[in-house]
Write a protein that binds this ligand. Sequence first.
Ligand SMILES: [Fe+2]
Ligand SMILES: [Fe+2]
Length: 261
Amino acid sequence: MARKRLALKDPGRFSDPAGLTWERYVAMQARERERYMAERAAIPQDALNYKTVSPHYLERAVDQFANNYYSELSATHYVATAAANAPFDELKKCALFQLADEQRHLEMDREVFERAGIPERDRLAAWEAPGTTCRFFRHLLELEDTIEILVKGNFVAEGAAGPGTFTVLADGAEARGDVLSAVNHRARIRDETRHISYGRALVKALIDDDPGNLDTIQEWQDESLRLFAEVARGGERRAWWEGFLASYYKIALPLGLRPSF
Ligand SMILES: [Fe+2]
Ligand SMILES: [Fe+2]
C-alpha cells in the first residue's frame, strides 16, 4: 500500500521559527561548542574515564547509552533523507542545520561508549533488545517523504522526548557520578528544542493549509506512539512513559490532535 503524503500547497505558511541563516547558525554553534568544551574541561579526569561510577551503574547504563547513541545515529540518516527530499528551501535549510546538530550529538554519545569501555558488540545488542526505542527509529529509517519524517521524528518523537527528558537524564546521570553524560544531555537541550519548534511550525502550517491534513497527522502520531509504547511495557519505565506522553500532548492537543490511547 502506498504511504499517504501531505504537501504544503502554500510553502509561505512555513518559516523557520529560529530565523536562522547559515551565518547565524555557524556563530551560534561556535558559541555552544565553546561552552560545551569549557564544561567538559571542568570534569576531573577520573570521572571523565568512568573510574568514579559503580560497576553496577555501568551495567545498567548500557541500555540508556544505546538509546542515546543509536537514536542520534538514526537521526543523522533520516534527517539527511528529509533534507535531500525537502519540497521547498526553507524546510531544507532547517533540516540541514538539524543534520549538523545530530552529528554533534552522535559524537558526544560515541565518546561516552568509548570512555566507559563498552565493547562494540554489546552496544548494538543493547539497542536491539526488547524495550528500547529501536522499533520506532527503524521505522523512520524506512521513510522517504520529508514531511512524514519530520512530523514523526521532530514533532512526535522529539516533542515527546525533550526537553524535559534530557533534564531528567542529566540530573540522574550526575547524581550517579556520570558527569560526562550530564554535560552531554544539557548540551543538546537547546538544539532539540529548536528541532521540536520547527516540527511544530510545520504541523501548524499543514493544518492551516488544509484542515483535512489533521487526519493523516493523527494517523502518523498513532503509528509513532504505538511503536514507542513497547518501551513502557513491563511497567519498569512507567514514569518515563507518562512524562513522555504528557510532554507530547502539551504541544499536540492545542493543534487539534487527540490522545492515541
Ligand atoms: Fe539529537
Ligand atoms: Fe534532534
